[in-house]
Design a protein around this ligand. Sequence first.
Ligand SMILES: [Zn+2]
Length: 308
Amino acid sequence: MAWFKKTRRPIARTGKAKASRVPEGLWVKCPGCSQAIYNKDLASNLNVCPKCAHHFRVSATERLKMLLDGDWIEHDVSLASTDPLNFTDTKAYKARLKASKAATGLKDAVIVVSGELDGLPVIVASMEFDFIGGSMGVVVGEKITRGIERALAERRAMIIVCASAGARMMEGALSLMQMAKICGALARLDRARLPFIAILTDPTTGGVTASFAMLGDLNIAEPKALIGFAGPRVIEQTIRQKLPEGFQRSELLLEKGMLDLVVDRRELKAAVAQALRFMTCAPAARPNLDIGSSVHSGIDSASAPITE
Ligand SMILES: [Zn+2]
């Protein structure tokens, strides 16, 4: 027997548990490198991890702020789904719509605006993943189509920022028809020789990939974005094979020729502007943008004899 015996008791809590000193939401854990990032640092870095460049998902509105110069005009704000099939799965579709509207402040999963990107007139359709998985129903299809028609009428370039789980099953075949409708409008845009750039973000899947997301004059993706038609789990179960590393991610798709570019979000606006200038033969917004003052004087002195 021991000399002394001490019964172990758990440390007793006195009074109320001490509240955490870190307010909720001030730090974010990066899924890429598991490091804690200060929320403000993340926001100032366009929601890209400063340590490992992991691209966090961003909302449709934040996306517009990143791409456009200043204010924009939003179109077809009032369009909303009427639940044409009176659909119910685990939850009534009407209830899903209501919850998504409350959570995002939007009436459906896309915002279509006209504005300027580095001085170039554009129409941008930006998809909101938080609205029923960015799924494409009748409203999304109609708003994007009207956006393309507006681009045609006003001779603007069209940009669609994709973030979607695919067609909206709660609207059945009606949602599938949007694929053909948008593609038809894009064909008219193509005939009018106006550029269309598809920006594929994490995730772009299903009917969106199978239609307009892959029809860009340029298909640009963000790093490590999940892009595909059926999800990897479904494919694995169907073909009964283990899928390779990086399957359905931007980098592999670029290697296989499915994409034209993979661009870091922090360079995305500049890349899109450069591509649009190339396609529309528009002059640079500010000539000698990246040329230092010393080179300026060099050009001036060189051109001087010619003008005299
Ligand atoms: Zn990270």
